[in-house]
Structures are given as structure tokens and as C-alpha cells.
Ligand binder design. Sequence first.
Ligand SMILES: *[C@@H]1O[C@H](CO)[C@@H](O)[C@H](O)[C@H]1NC(C)=O
Length: 387
Amino acid sequence: MPAMPDLTHSLQHCNLQANIYTTIMLLFRILLVGFFLLASVDACSPSDRAALLAFKAGLQEPYLGIFNSWTGNSCCGGWYGVSCEPETLKVTDITLRGESEDPIFEKAGRTGYMTGSISPEICKLDSLTILVVADWKGISGEIPKCLTKLSNLRVIDLVGNKISGEIPSDIGNLNRLTLLNLGENAISGSIPASIVNIGSLTQLDLRNNRITGEIPSDFGKLQMLSRALLGRNELTGSIPNSITKMSRLADLDLSMNGISGLIPPNIGKMPVLSTLNLDSNRISGQIPPTLMSNGGLGILNLSRNSLEGQIPDVFGKDSYFMALDLSFNALKGPIPNSLLSAKYVGHLDLSHNHLCGSIPIGSPFDHLEASSFTNNDCLCGNPLRTC
Ligand SMILES: *[C@@H]1O[C@H](CO)[C@@H](O)[C@H](O)[C@H]1NC(C)=O
């Protein structure tokens, strides 16, 4: 029976071929699936891609080429400064900083410069949570009003540009916002009343703009706020009393505005306040004693106001001032002796007031120069003339 082995042989041969065939097909499928996975990992949705390209078209960046990578379909992969949510492939994050350690800047040996404006098309990125377009110096135009429809936004940082126009009046709709950084721009108009509804806001920087009007009287509703930087604007009206209810506020800068009225008496009872800059305003009345006895306050600048009365004699062993500047006011009476019991006074400026009497002798005063005391009515003793 010679046929039998032949038949078995060809059957075995057939089996082997089938096995090779399935293995090849399997490998091919794995490759195919892998290819699609890879391709889709960095391709964002077509509408997001169109919005990004419109955003790019509104800006000119001549020196670094940060938008060079913004071509093709892989907007969730290689596009500089863009990130997506990996499951949905929606753009969540645009982070473009003009001052950065990124190799792109090192290679160019310069900081960034960009002109143009932020296209309202950016509002079509409906999953956007972080928008940072900061320190490009030349970006002008307005903040797109439609930005307040992006309810997932947590960070808006447009600091250090030439952005003008007003803060959108319904900014308060962005109830997930933690950081609103619009400092160093040319923004005008007033602080929108709705801002107090951003319950999650921890940092507000509006410094160095042209913002007018009053600070909303219910500003203290911002219970999560730890930094409120409103200096170098044209704010008027008085400091709202509600501010003293802000239990997390550590840094309050209202300097170089047109703020008048009194300092709220309870401001020194704020639990974590460590820096208070009220300098260069039109604040009148007396310095609240709570402010001087607050052990957590490290920097206090009340310079260039219309403060009168005496310096409260309530310093204690908890007082620790890196800087205490009361210069250019109308303070009278003596330098309080209790200042000698302070744990530390780094920089002290009492010049340009109407103080009188002998400068206390003790360690907090040893290192101070005459300039700390000059231009008063009748102060005497070291480092000024002997009494
Ligand atoms: C306090 O404010 C004045 C006026 O705005 C400024 O000139 C001064 O340098 C400030 N003092 C300190 C210690 O920063």
C-alpha cells in the first residue's frame, strides 16, 4: 500500500501550509490594528484641528517657529504646546509660553515674540481646560467673549501681552476656573461683577492694566482665592469690607491705584494674609492696630497714602516683617517702643511723615540707615542726629 504514506504526507504538507497562512494573516491583522491605533493616537477631531489652525492663522511668530509642527493630522501628537484627552482625542490643553526653558528657546537664544490676536475660533475647542498664551509681548486684540462658554476651563493665562478690551462680563460662568492671569496687558473696563461667582478661583492676576471702577463689594465671596493681584490699574472706591472674610487670601496687592477710604479695621485678623501692598493710593484714616499685631504678615507696604494718626503701639514677639514701609503718609507721634520686641524687621521705611521723638535703641534698629527715618518733623537719635 504505497499510496497511503504519500497521502498522509500531502495531508501533512497541506496542514503546514494552512498553519503558515493563518499565522501570516494573524501577524498582518496585528500590524493593521497597530497601525490604526498609532494613527488615531495623535489625530485630533477634525473640528478641533480646524479650530487650532484658525488660532494659528491669527498669530505671527517670526523667531522661534513654534507653529512649524502645527501641520498634518497629528494634532494630539506632535503639535507644539497642544495636548488632548487620550480617550476622546479632544484638545484639552494649549500651553504656549514666550519665556520658557524649552530647547526651542535655547536654540534661538532669545525669548518669544508674537503678534496678532487670539481667534474666537478657539471657542470651538469645547473640551479645552487650559489656555496659556503668556509672555509673547506683542499679542493684541481682545479676549474672545465666547471663551466664557468653555465650561471646562480651569486655567486662563494670557499674562504679558498687549491684549486690550474688557474682561468678558459673564466670566463668572466659568465656575471651574482656578487661575485667571491677565496681568501686564492693556485691559480696560471694570472688574465684572460676576467674577465673585467663580467659587474655585485661587489666583487672580490683573496687575498692570487699565482697569477702572470699583472692586466688587462682595469680592470676599471668592473663598478659595489665595492671591489677588490688582496693582497698577485705575481702580477707585474703597477696599471692600468683605475682603476681611477671605480665609485663604495670602497675597493682596492693590498698589498704585486710586483707592480711597479707610483700611477695613479687621484686615489684620485675616488668618493667612502674608503680603499686603496698598501703596500709592489715596487711603486715609488710621492704621488698624490688628495690622501691626498680625504675626503672619511679612510684607506690609502702606507707602504714599494719606494715613494719619499714630503708628499703633501693638508690635509683639510674633511680629516678623521682611518689609514694613509706612513712608510718605501723614503719621505723627513717636516710633512705638513695642517695635523693639519684634522678632525681625528687615526693611523699615518711616520717612516722609510727621513723626517725632527719639528712635528706639535695640536690635531691630541696629542695621537701619538714616534714610529709614528722614523727612519727619523731629525724630532724633541713631542713625539720625543725637537728641
Ligand atoms: C512700597 O511702595 C512704594 C510706592 O509704591 C515703593 O516705592 C516702595 O519701593 C515699596 N516698598 C517696598 C519695601 O517694597
